[in-house]
Design a protein around this ligand. Structure first.
Ligand SMILES: Cc1cc2nc3c(=O)[nH]c(=O)nc-3n(C[C@H](O)[C@H](O)[C@H](O)COP(=O)(O)OP(=O)(O)OC[C@H]3O[C@@H](n4cnc5c(N)ncnc54)[C@H](O)[C@@H]3O)c2cc1C
Length: 224
């Protein structure tokens, strides 16, 4: 769980009526100091080292009835309602991270010289940067549109999935192409592009993987 080490108050999803499937799930506000709540390891990740990702264990954890969040049995519906917002946050992060990577790369290719030219004078560099910038601006326009729809309470699950899928796949492409333009330095952790490359990878996994985003979008078109 993200922030598992730092958290002092958590929202726990529990099966309160297992036979009812998705209608038998409830949410509880749980204090991490309550007996039976144990924090495990801070997991060693490929990237995102500024954010902890922690194991959490529950052993005979008892929760008072007044810790129920919302209505009993409505937990799954609450989670589903919040998914478009979560996925849009990930999409916005992908836009910001991609813009940052492009800016670092623009600085680098205008300074670094090879074969008596700056890297930015090679046609390959120019065309690649032009492609990445175009992709960034198209994705940004779509995310801006989604933010407007979220404000109006009109952002559906499939559209939010499209935003997450498209922006995080783009972020991966930007990270890879920008790192390449840094050459060997791009592989060194002292260069921020290396860290951004490692941090980008999880964006296609958490909040629902790219494959699950495609499944959600396809369902909105074809049904189950
Ligand atoms: C750094 C980090 C932080 C996280 N933080 C949180 C958190 O705070 N809270 C939280 O709840 N979760 C968190 N997660 C969990 C994260 O949301 C899941 O890892 C992610 O949704 C994928 O689920 P999974 O790991 O069970 O993979 P699996 O479901 O086992 O998937 C494995 C592979 O199979 C593919 N796959 C699975 N089902 C299908 C399908 N139906 N069709 C096609 N392909 C499929 C997936 O796309 C993936 O490629 C975090 C994960 C990471 C890495």
């Amino acid at each position: 769980m993200t922030n598992g080490q730092h958290a002092d108050l958590t929202v726990i999803v529990a099966k309160t009526a297992p036979k009812l499937g998705s209608k038998g799930i409830s949410l509880f506000l749980v204090d991490t100091l309550w007996p039976g709540f144990n924090k495990g390891k801070n997991l060693d990740k490929l990237g995102l080292h500024a954010s902890d990702t922690s194991e959490l264990f529950f052993t005979d954890l008892k929760v008072p009835i007044n810790s129920l969040l919302g209505e009993e049995g409505a937990g799954f519906a609450y989670l589903m309602q919040e998914l478009p917002r979560e996925r849009l946050i990930i999409a916005a992060l992908a836009i910001g991270a991609s813009e940052g990577m492009l800016n670092w790369t623009l600085d680098y290719v205008t300074q670094r010289k090879a074969f008596k030219q700056t890297l930015g004078q090679f046609q390959n560099t120019r065309f690649k940067l032009a492609e990445l910038k175009t992709s960034l601006e198209i994705n940004r326009a779509f995310v801006d549109q989604c933010i407007e729809r979220l404000k109006e309470n009109d952002l559906d699950v499939a559209t939010a999935a499209m935003a997450k899928l498209s922006t995080t796949e783009m972020q991966g492409q930007v990270a890879d192409a920008c790192l390449q333009m840094f050459g060997g330095y791009g592989y060194m952790m002292e260069y921020p592009i290396a860290r951004a490359f490692a941090d980008a990878r999880v964006q296609r996994i958490y909040g629902g993987t790219s494959e699950i985003m495609k499944e959600i979008i396809a369902r909105s078109m074809l049904g189950k």
